[in-house]
Structures are given as C-alpha cells and as structure tokens.
Design a protein around this ligand. Structure first.
Ligand code: SF4
Length: 318
C-alpha cells in the first residue's frame, strides 16, 4: 500500500508539501550567514575542510556575516515573496557549522530569526560532532512552540569514504548525535552525497535502509560535484576523481528512494554551483529539472518512494 503521504502522481514525499500541510500556506527557506566557522577548517577537528568544500558554492552571495541577519532575512523574504508568492518562511542557518559557538551567541541568533512575524521556524545546518548538550537544550526549548530543524551532514555512512574526503567525523558520531536529538521535539534532516570515488551503488543503497530505521524526518541528497579551488577539483584534473554520469545518478537516486521510508520527506535531490566555479560534472540542470527527471523515472518504473521498503515489510509480516 502506498504511504498516504505520497500522492500517486507525485511519487516522492516532498518537503514542500510537508511544510504546506503543517503551516497551511507556501513556506520558503531563507538562507542566512550567522558568521560561523567550521571545526573541520579551523583546526579543532581538522584543517583544509572536506575535499569538496567551498562554501561560496552553496551560499547566495548576499549572505555575508557582516550583514545583520535581519537584513539578510528581509532580502531573502522579498525575493521569495515575489518569485514564489511565499507567505511564511524558515530561516536557514546554512553556511559552515551553525551550532559551533557559545550557546549565548546561538540563542541570540536563533531568537532574532524567530522574532520576525513571518518566520515560522528555523533550520540549523551542522556537523554530527559539533552540537553540544547546551545547544540541543536550547533548540529543544525553542521547539516547544516553533518549528526547529537540525540538518546533520552525514554525507556517507562509510567511514573509509568519510576519511578519504577528510570529513573529520565517523558514522558512530552521527548515530550518537541522532540518539541525543531524538525525542527532543526537534525535526532532524540528514544530508547525503552520492558519487564518491570508490563508492558503489550497492553500498550507497544501504544508507537508505540505515536512515529508514532512524528518527530522520527529512533528507537532502545530491551528487558529488567539484567546484574551483577545492581538492576535489584537483583530483578531477589529475584523473583520480571521475564524476558519475547523470544516468547513474538518476538510477541510483530512484533505487535509493524506493528503499527509503516514505515517512522521510525529501528536501533536495540535486546540488548545483554557479557556472563560473563549476568544474565537474556539468549537467546544467536546474533543481526542478532534476526533481522531475527522478519523478519521471519512478513513473516509468511504476514505483515510488518506499515501495521496496513496503514490500520487504509485507514479506517479513507474512
Ligand atoms: S563540514 Fe561543511 S563547512 Fe566544514 S569543511 Fe565540511 S563541507 Fe565545509
């Protein structure tokens, strides 16, 4: 039986639909730069950062730490009001590690974001090794009457890959943080990437089964891609990183979604970078084009998110 969170034609449990059901209107995420850094860059956890990391590739140019978050929010909200007719907003602390600061500073930033009358919640991007008990207590307190989402970057469940990409944390640390966050009223989003050197589709699909058994509310997935100024771009030019093809990504993403619990809503299925810094792969798709390519492939297969998880459950129940 198809999960009732997925309309037959949509095939995927979309996060946008979740937000509309929860808040009764169109809700957009507005990125802000809270002026954080990252423990995998400043030496406390590692130096040099993840091999693919160039924060400018995933941050709009108008989110500068020197600009007060209120100004950043107003600019982002105006853009989404005009472009998408959005009525309410989630403030997304995106750049670097947004729990990596004393809790007083976190409280000030998060509360200032939530003070705006059109803001219904916050989303906080962070690493599994960088969220203190005090930060979890703060987020849990805010979540008593507001929507609060923590976005944990896992990227891969394979410790050998995490080591190779200089991620600076392990799967065990992600699982421990999941345990600490569970049951605190906080939504949990996990970030994954597919296409690491040496990664197989079969190994990647195991992460769908892993996440399906955890208290994960939503997921962001994208293909590994290299941008200028990163070690990954150097590896590409030396030939030690060969990007996956679009066909491989589409096939693997559909396989992954079929295995993934239908209760996990999908925030993203694609990562893109501005043309000026994009190195490889160069698929030249917009986010919605990738989304519809995945939906069309699921339609062609006659499948949907969670269909394989459901049949496995039915088989197990006899
Ligand atoms: S954890 Fe995030 S911000 Fe830090 S180096 Fe990795 S990708 Fe960059």
């Amino acid at each position: 039986m198809t999960c009732d969170l997925i309309h037959k034609e949509l095939r995927i449990n979309a996060y946008g639909s979740f937000l509309r059901r929860r808040f009764g209107c169109r809700v957009s995420k507005v990125n802000v730069d809270g002026g954080f850094t990252c423990p995998n860059r400043d030496g406390s956890r590692g130096t040099g950062g993840c091999v693919y990391c160039d924060n400018s590739s995933f941050s709009p140019k108008d989110t500068q730490a020197v600009i007060p978050i209120e100004e950043q929010m107003e600019a982002g909200m105006a853009y989404h009001r005009q472009r998408l007719q959005s009525e309410k907003f989630l403030v997304y602390f995106q750049k670097f590690t947004n729990t990596y600061a004393p809790v007083e500073r976190l409280a000030d930033l998060y509360r200032r974001a939530l003070d705006h009358p059109d803001v219904v919640g916050i989303s906080v991007g962070t690493r599994p090794d960088s969220i203190s008990d005090q930060a979890i207590d703060l987020l849990s307190e805010l979540a008593r009457d507001r929507y609060v989402c923590v976005e944990l970057g896992l990227q891969s469940m394979d410790d050998a890959i995490l080591d190779r990409i200089n991620r600076g944390h392990t799967l065990a640390e992600y699982l421990q943080t999941m345990e600490r966050l569970a049951g605190r009223g906080i939504d949990i989003c996990t970030h994954l990437i597919y296409g690491f050197p040496g990664e197989t589709r079969a190994a990647f699909l195991k992460s769908a089964r892993l996440l399906s058994g955890l208290p994960v509310n939503s997921l962001k997935l994208h293909q590994l891609h290299a941008v200028e100024g990163t070690r990954l771009a150097k590896w590409y030019r030396e030939g030690s990183y060969v990007p996956i093809t679009l066909d491989e990504y589409l096939g693997a993403t559909c396989d992954f979604l079929e295995e993934l619990s239908p209760t996990i809503s999908i925030q993203r299925l694609y990562g893109s970078a501005p043309l000026a810094i994009r190195v490889a792969p160069n698929w030249n798709l917009k986010n919605n084009q990738m989304w519809f390519a995945v939906v069309n492939e699921l339609k062609r297969r006659g499948s949907w998110q969670g269909c394989r998880a459901e049949s496995e459950m039915q088989a197990a129940n006899g």
